[in-house]
Structures are given as structure tokens and as C-alpha cells.
Write a protein that binds this ligand. Structure first.
Ligand code: SAH
Length: 276
């Protein structure tokens, strides 16, 4: 640290010392409201970011209001460091992304948060130290501060109303950062105690249904029958039935055929019909 930085109020024991090098640092320039610092810490924690740097904050980041707004992300606030100038806060970083709501007349690449996130992943993967710079609530970043950065990041939004709340901007950029590294499933179906029916089980159900539809007369037209059977099969394939659902459907077909009639076949162990 240089002499322009004040000392850390951090509790260094709580987060892994390397955390900051695996994710971008977040630098807030002259944040005005303790609540915004707290909600920024919360957004950072949501997105796996931990290194918060505050340039001349106007309110105490460990005040009750900030801690309450952080809603469980106190450790980001406890580790936050205060700097006297933006230059000092960026000193140990190699690549800086300046986030702005307004287009600047500067010759500098302007990226969406999504494109920037993918690029930051590559850079951090290659061992570079990266920072995300955010401006003041009221007036954003000065052109001088934007000029300290390598890249400008603009979250594309309604051009008539594109300015985000500070912590919301941190959340969106952080979200894109997190998504760029997310390789989990995009959708999950929970089957509880059952499982998707296999093709043999479905075939048994189709044959059962088709036999009954012939008996009841629904498939009486020989010419139309093959295409009707294909339509019915396609319709039911799309339902992605579970084993339980196949049993229920077969139970329905049986019930429609026999109801309480005396010739109803007896329940057999290997032809179990379950109607729950
Ligand atoms: N009134 C200011 C906006 C301040 S919003 C202005 O006109 O510049 C506070 C900070 O949130 C901004 O400095 C920027 O860092 C970030 N921010 C807000 N909206 C953004 C957007 N659409 N894209 C990228 N960053 C944004």
C-alpha cells in the first residue's frame, strides 16, 4: 500500500486471502449513501465478489445503516478498504472497466456488461488483476476517471431511462460476471419418487390405449387409423410422462372401459394399476 491509502478496517481472517485475485475488485468512487454501500456489498456477495474499495466515501461503510442494508454481507464491508484517490484505489490493478450510464466522447472500447464479463473471465483466468469502477450516485464518473480505465461498460437499457441505482448497477455487472462462469443446468425437473417413463413403458401404454380405442370404436375407420394413432402417440410423447403418470393413465383407460362392471379383470401383481 502507498501512503495515499488509509489503513484497512478489514478482518483479514474471514475470507480466503486469494479471493480478490479470482474475481474483479469493485471500486466505488465517492459513494454518498451508506445504504448504497451496504446494498453493493450484498450484491457483491450474491455474485461471488469480495474485494470492495471505497474512494473517499461520504458515509461510514460500517455504520448501522450500511450493515443493515448489506443483509448478511457484513464481511464484505468489514474487509472493505478506503482510499483517498481513485488512482490509489486502482494502483495494483492491471485492467480496469469503467461503468457508465452515459456515452462519453472518448476513443475507448464500449462493451455490454455481458461481453465485458466474458472478457474479464479470460483475463482473470490468465492471472490479470481486474477492477470494476463505479461512479457517484448523483454525477457518475468524471471523464478523467473514465480515462483511467481500459474499457467502458454500459449496461444496455431503455435509452430514455438507462441510469441505474449504484448497487443495482453493481448487481447487474456482477450477475453477468457470475453467469459467465456458471456451468450448471439451465432448467431442472424434480421427479420426487418417480422417474421419466422409458420407451418400453410408453409402448405398453400406447398399445393398451389403442386396443381400447379400437374396442370402443374411436379408431373404427381403417383408413384414418394409422395417422390418428401417430397423432395420439406424438401428443403423449410431448407430455414427457413419468412412470407414475403412465400408471395413472392406464388406470383411467381401464376404469373407462370397465368401471364397476362384474367382468372387470382382477388386479394382477405384474400388471399393477395404481390410481393415486
Ligand atoms: N447520474 C449519473 C448516474 C449515476 S448512477 C450519471 O448520469 O452518470 C451510479 C453509477 O452506477 C454510475 O456512475 C455507473 O457506475 C453505474 N451505472 C448506472 N447505470 C449504468 C448503466 N446503464 N450502465 C453501466 N453502469 C451504470
Amino acid at each position: 500500500m502507498t501512503s495515499t491509502q488509509s489503513t484497512s478496517r478489514a478482518d483479514k481472517g474471514r475470507l480466503p486471502a486469494t479471493a480478490a485475485t479470482h474475481a474483479p475488485s469493485v471500486i466505488l468512487v465517492e459513494p454518498q449513501l451508506a445504504e448504497n454501500i451496504g446494498t453493493t456489498a450484498r450484491a457483491m456477495m450474491n455474485c461471488g465478489l469480495s474485494d470492495l474499495r471505497l474512494v473517499d466515501p461520504k458515509e461510514d461503510w460500517l455504520s448501522e445503516r450500511a450493515l443493515a442494508a448489506s443483509s448478511g454481507a457484513e464481511r464484505v464491508l468489514e474487509r472493505a478498504r478506503r482510499f483517498l484517490t481513485t488512482e490509489a484505489a486502482l494502483a495494483d490493478l492491471e485492467i480496469v472497466y469503467a461503468t457508465t450510464a452515459r456515452r462519453r466522447e472518448m476513443i475507448k472500447p464500449v462493451m455490454t456488461a455481458r461481453a465485458a464479463a466474458a472478457q474479464m473471465r479470460d483475463e482473470i483466468g490468465a492471472g490479470r488483476r481486474v477492477g470494476l469502477l463505479f461512479g457517484r450516485e448523483r454525477s457518475g464518473l468524471t471523464n478523467h476517471e473514465v480515462a483511467l480505465a481500459n474499457v467502458v461498460v454500459e449496461v444496455p437499457l431503455n435509452p430514455e431511462h438507462s441510469s441505474l441505482n449504484l448497487a443495482q448497477a453493481v448487481l447487474i455487472v456482477g450477475y453477468e460476471w457470475f453467469q459467465a462462469g456458471y456451468d450448471g443446468p439451465q432448467s431442472v425437473v424434480t421427479y420426487n419418487r418417480t422417474r421419466p417413463a422409458d420407451k418400453e413403458t410408453l409402448e405398453g401404454m400406447f398399445q393398451h390405449l389403442e386396443e381400447e380405442l379400437i374396442i370402443c370404436g374411436f379408431l373404427r375407420n381403417d383408413d384414418k387409423r394409422p395417422s390418428m394413432v401417430i397423432n395420439i402417440r406424438n401428443m403423449l410423447q410431448r407430455a414427457e410422462l413419468t412412470e407414475q403418470e403412465v400408471r395413472t393413465l392406464r388406470g383411467i383407460v381401464k376404469e373407462l372401459r370397465y368401471g364397476r362392471r362384474p367382468d372387470r379383470p382382477k388386479r394382477q401383481p405384474n400388471n399393477h394399476i395404481d390410481d393415486d
